[in-house]
Design a protein around this ligand. Structure first.
Ligand SMILES: Cc1ncc(COP(=O)(O)O)c(C=O)c1O
Length: 421
């Protein structure tokens, strides 16, 4: 058995200009212990931990600025509005979007996809039309389209993947045609780590005048995303997976598309005038932000993105690539362990099963060692069926994870095997 503290890989500081230990110090929760052991947090695809800068931004907002936005003439409301709108500009720049009004704050990826399915889908998808997704989608990029297809009499088509968990592009292309109205594709799979060739997919879909939605929930934390370079029509992500707060997320779309869409929800803030006879809607993006928004969430998200910019997304990506390579190597040493998801283009997800041991048991034993991983179907049941497994164990990486934590994971997995021997 390999000792948890065995160093078999050049330390990150020797390899990159990224100081992971300095970064870790900025995440207060990483100082706590779980079951009397230092926490090894490897459930980052579910949600990430928050740096002090994000916590401070939220506390500062509630301590000094809290008021409702877009409504008051008083100083607090003006300051709250200014901070909320500044967060929108931070998101715009982070995505390289053309205008701030193309950034719609939503609750998260799930709400962003449902917004597009209902507001865009119900006006643009009709009987006999087709929507194309892939086998590796999260339930939140399957079910909203099933609901829409049922409402409109449209058909959902699913592009297959190979045994490594890569999209079969030729098969995908064969599904496209004059009936295709939308392609909705995950940028990075939460259950496999596969990075999809989104730019190519957009090109293929646009040849048929189909729109493309990209589910960026697992891409945004790990790579630079430029929505103009991708030329996608909709891009969605969640704040809590990118070191920001829960309850806030982003839908990006091109202004002309958003302009032509009816609102998703009705209420305050999304109108310019209301009479009992007729309501006129507000300009973008407010037409899609009915009711009091999650002001502190948006501010926290802005702080998270600023934090990532300050470190540098390329440095984070380099560090995570090394972690993934080392973690993969260590897990492959474990007898009976099968990695699920071995795409050539991958981010930091290590999904696996171990012969004769249920993933839930693996997760429970690892928890006693202070190691947090996710076990289950990862909201991707059709994908689990594709690989013939009911569930996997999944370790997912973030900027604050270390090579030593990969060693600790491997050592704990050897222990799991001993328990079940
Ligand atoms: C790829 C992907 N899409 C969508 C979602 C849904 O995100 P949320 O629950 O934040 O709306 C997740 C969450 O795990 C995800 O990983």
């Amino acid at each position: 058995m390999t000792a948890a503290n065995t160093v078999r890989w050049p330390q990150p500081t020797a390899q990159t200009d990224f100081d992971v230990y300095k970064a870790r110090a900025e995440f207060p929760i990483l100082r706590r212990k779980v079951h009397d052991r230092p926490i090894v947090y490897l459930d980052n695809a579910a949600t990430t931990q928050k740096p002090q800068a994000v916590i401070d931004a939220i506390v500062r907002y509630y301590t000094t600025e809290n008021a409702n936005v877009h409504r008051g003439v008083h100083a607090l409301s003006e300051q709250a509005t200014e901070s909320y709108e500044q967060a929108r500009v931070t998101v715009q720049r982070f995505l390289n979007a053309a205008e701030a009004c193309e950034i719609v704050f939503v609750r998260g990826t799930t709400e962003g996809i449902n917004l597009v399915a209902q507001a865009w889908g119900r006006t643009h998808v009709g009987r006999g039309d087709e929507i194309v997704i892939s086998t590796m989608e999260h339930h939140s990029n399957i079910v909203p389209w099933q609901i829409l297809c049922e409402q409109q009499g449209a058909r959902l088509r699913v592009a297959p993947i190979n045994d490594n968990g890569e999209l079969l592009l030729d098969e995908f292309e064969k599904l496209l045609g004059p009936k295709t109205k939308l392609v909705s594709i995950v940028h990075v799979s939460n259950a496999l780590g596969t990075v999809n060739p989104v730019r190519k997919i957009v090109e293929m879909a646009h040849r048929w005048n189909a729109r493309v939605l990209v589910d960026g929930a697992q891409a945004i934390p790990h790579m630079a995303v430029d929505v103009r370079a991708l030329d996608c029509d909709f891009y969605v992500f969640s704040g809590h997976k990118v070191y920001g707060p829960t309850g806030i997320g982003v839908l990006h779309s091109k202004a002309e598309l958003l302009d032509a869409m009816p609102p998703y929800q009705g209420g305050g803030d999304m109108i310019s005038s209301v009479t009992f006879e007729k309501t006129l809607y507000n300009r973008l993006p407010y037409k899609f932000e009915a009711g009091t928004p999650h002001v502190s969430g948006a501010i926290g998200l802005g702080a998270a993105l600023a934090y990532l910019n300050a470190i540098g997304r390329d440095r984070i990506a380099r560090h995570e690539r090394q972690l993934l390579a080392y973690g993969t190597e260590r897990l492959q040493e474990i007898p009976g362990l099968r990695l699920i998801g071995t795409a050539r283009e991958k981010t930091g997800v290590l999904s696996f099963v171990v012969e004769g041991i249920h993933p839930h048991d693996i997760g429970t034993i690892l928890d006693r060692e202070g190691i947090a991983i996710r076990t289950g179907h990862h909201c991707a049941q059709p994908l689990m069926q594709r690989f013939g497994v009911p569930a996997t164990a999944r370790a997912s990486l973030a900027l604050y994870n270390t090579m030593e934590e990969m060693d600790a994971l491997a050592a704990a997995l050897h222990k799991v095997r001993e328990v079940f021997a």
